[in-house]
Design a protein around this ligand. Structure first.
Ligand code: ABN
Length: 173
C-alpha cells in the first residue's frame, strides 16, 4: 500500500508541477475513465450465453424431435433432442464443437429469418437416432461454414460425431 501511495503521490506531483491545474484534472479524469472502461473491452467467451439462447419472443412452434421443426431447415445429422440432449444442449458425456456451420431459417410464428448454428456434439458414439437432412440455404463444400455435410468435431477431445444442436445466433438482415 505504501508503494501505491508513493507512486500516486509522486506521479500526481510530477503532473501538477509540469502542467496547469485544469490539465492535471483532465488527465487524471481520463486515467480514471480508462480504468473503468477497460474491463468492458476485454474479450469474453459468449458461447455459453449463445447456447442458452431461448425461444424467439413470438413463439417457437413445432416439435424439436421432428425433422420438420423450423430450426432444422439446413441440418444434416442426428437430432440431439432424440439423443438425450435438447435442441440447444448436447447429450451428457458429449462436447459441443466450437466451429460450426450456419443456416438461415424462417420462424413460422413471426415470419422472421433467424441465423441458426448447427453445432455438432462430439464424443461417446454416433447417436444414430432421428436422422435429418434438409438443405435450405446450404452451399457447396468450398464454402464450408454453409455446408452441412462436414463432421465439425475437429477441435474437440473426441472426433466422434454424436448428434447436432440448432442454436439461434441472431436475426438475419
Ligand atoms: N455435421 C454433421 C455431420 C457429421 C458427420 C458427417 C456428416 C455430417
Amino acid at each position: 500500500m505504501k508503494f501505491l501511495d508513493r507512486f500516486f503521490e509522486s506521479s500526481s506531483r510530477h503532473v501538477a508541477n509540469t502542467t496547469g491545474r485544469r490539465q492535471f484534472i483532465a488527465r487524471f479524469g481520463s486515467f480514471l475513465a480508462v480504468g473503468v472502461a477497460a474491463p468492458a473491452l476485454l474479450p469474453i467467451d459468449r458461447t455459453g450465453k449463445a447456447l442458452a439462447a431461448g425461444a424467439p419472443s413470438a413463439g417457437d412452434p413445432g416439435d424439436p424431435t421432428s425433422c420438420d421443426y423450423w430450426r432444422y431447415c439446413s441440418v444434416d445429422g442426428f437430432l440431439c433432442s432424440c439423443c438425450g440432449g435438447s435442441v440447444t444442449t448436447c447429450p451428457p458425456g458429449t462436447e459441443s464443437s466450437q466451429v460450426t456451420w450456419v443456416g438461415t431459417c424462417r420462424n413460422p410464428a413471426d415470419g422472421i429469418d433467424y441465423i441458426i448454428s448447427y453445432n455438432d456434439c462430439c464424443g461417446k458414439h454416433s447417436c444414430a437416432q432421428c436422422a435429418c437432412t434438409r438443405n435450405d440455404s446450404e452451399e457447396p463444400m468450398y464454402r464450408p461454414f454453409n455446408n452441412n455435410d462436414i463432421n465439425w468435431c475437429l477441435a474437440t477431445n473426441s472426433n466422434v460425431y454424436n448428434c447436432t444442436v440448432a442454436v439461434i445466433r441472431g436475426v438475419a438482415s
